[in-house]
Design a protein around this ligand. Structure first.
Ligand code: ADP
Ligand code: ASP
Ligand code: MG
Length: 395
């Protein structure tokens, strides 16, 4: 008995015509797979619009009700798909996260999947139905609906694939994972296969094509992942454990906008309060990314760190309350080169710095991991840098 979970994102189900097209793709897949579970996102920009409406009514919309509101987006697309299937005489059932047995934990708007009780889904599959599950939502121990963070339908799909012992296929509006976002670079190349590690790194570094937590979960539970165009007839990208293909040094360039840089000056002689500062930021749920530290000849310290721009007000409030000497820089973007082959290759950093020099692009911060190098640059230099890197590394 073979099983598959097929996930379609918002742009793939944005209109009823698109729902019809996707239904056909699902039916074609059903010809070669006995049991099909479909995970859907909300139609088009529905989630964005709901958040906008909530913010029109409240400066700080209540998280519980915002989750309830946002969860309806996925219920609409899932119900419409089942209504369409049934009109064609095809047995199917639409289930909410709750009905599908998806239990969640953690804060509203960024909860995690705790466990899945898949009996209802298994029963419906055994009865021969196509099972359509709302992405992005679960039910917590208090019986409240929670959502899994933006892009969370990918995580719903991978989690369901893990408990159902199925492969997970993510269908979207591009033909797979490219060396560079194809909207930024027209002649970017589609990648046939990637490791989980590389995919996770690029997702974390801003490539929106797949949500990072879903990749981490796929790796943990060894769920085979496939990312492809929503027409289902073009070969996409396979994400696997081992990749022994010969590869370029760099497999991918990712970018992340809306980065905030905060620079803190701590003059010599004063006891450094940076630990306390970082603790207060953590208590405020502010996620810190790049951190750097320098000491000048006089012993003054300069500590800088990046966060999401959305945390700006909170960062400023926390640092002002502590009476720290700081400044913030906005309109920044983080551009990253990623590839596991980087681990064994020399000279990548030299070539990367050479590109910044030749392009006369100033950078604020640089950070590296075993398989990536990231630069923080002004947002108006972002696409220039992405394309210059792509030229240099032939991506
Ligand atoms: P969905 O609605 O299907 O979840 P998303 O908008 O979340 O789709 O993700 C698909 C988008 O990801 C593409 O339209 C593309 O612009 C963007 N993207 C960013 N980086 C990449 C990349 N390296 N390869 C492919 N797509 C990318
Ligand atoms: N609809 C949700 C969002 O827009 C979840 C998803 O699309 O994966 O973030
Ligand atoms: Mg997405």
């Amino acid at each position: 008995m073979n099983r598959v979970v097929m996930k379609f994102g918002g742009s793939s189900v944005a209109t009823t015509d698109k729902i019809r097209d996707v239904a056909q793709v699902i039916l074609n897949r059903k010809k070669t797979c006995d049991q099909v579970v479909v995970v859907l996102s909300a139609m088009g920009k529905t989630t964005d619009n709901m958040i906008k409406m909530a913010e029109e009514l409240s400066k700080n919309p209540s998280p519980r009700e915002t989750d309830l509101l946002m969860s309806t987006g996925e219920m609409i697309s899932a119900s419409l798909m089942a209504i369409h299937f049934k009109s064609l005489g095809i047995d199917s059932v639409a289930l909410t996260g709750f009905q599908a047995g998806i239990k969640s934990v953690g804060s509203h708007r960024k909860s995690k999947i705790d466990s899945i009780e898949p009996q209802r889904i298994v029963d419906e599959l055994r009865a021969g139905k196509i099972v359509i599950v709302t992405g992005f939502q679960g039910i917590n121990a208090s019986g409240d609906i929670t959502t899994l963070g933006r892009g969370g339908s990918d995580t719903s799909a991978v989690a369901l694939a893990a408990v159902l012992g199925a492969d997970c296929e993510i269908y979207t509006d591009v033909k797979g994972i490219y060396t560079v976002d194809p909207r930024v670079r027209k002649h970017a190349k589609k990648i046939d296969q990637l490791t989980y590690e590389e995919t996770l790194e690029m997702a974390n570094l801003g490539a929106k094509v797949i949500e990072p937590r879903s990749v981490a979960m796929a790796e943990r539970f060894a769920v085979p992942l496939y990312i492809a165009l929503n027409t289902g007839d073009v070969e996409g990208t396979y994400i696997r454990k081992e990749d022994d293909m010969e590869k370029n040094v760099i497999t991918n360039i990712s970018k992340k906008d809306n980065v905030l840089l905060t620079i803190v000056n701590e003059s010599f002689g004063k006891e450094s309060r940076i630990t306390e500062c970082l603790k207060n930021l953590a208590d405020g749920d502010v996620n810190i990314d790049m951190i750097s530290h320098a000491r000048d000849k006089e012993g003054n310290q300069i500590i800088s760190f990046t966060t999401d721009l959305a945390s700006k007000a909170l960062v400023e409030e926390i640092l002002s309350t502590m009476e720290m000497d700081f400044e913030v820089v906005v309109n920044l973007s983080k551009v990253s080169l990623i590839g596991s082959a980087m681990r064994n290759q020399v000279g990548v950093a030299a070539r990367a710095f050479g590109v910044l020099h030749d392009e006369k692009i100033e950078y604020y911060e640089v950070s590296t991991s075993e398989i990536s190098i990231s630069y923080l640059v002004d947002v108006d230099k972002e696409n220039q840098l992405v394309n210059a890197f792509a030229d240099e590394f032939n991506l």
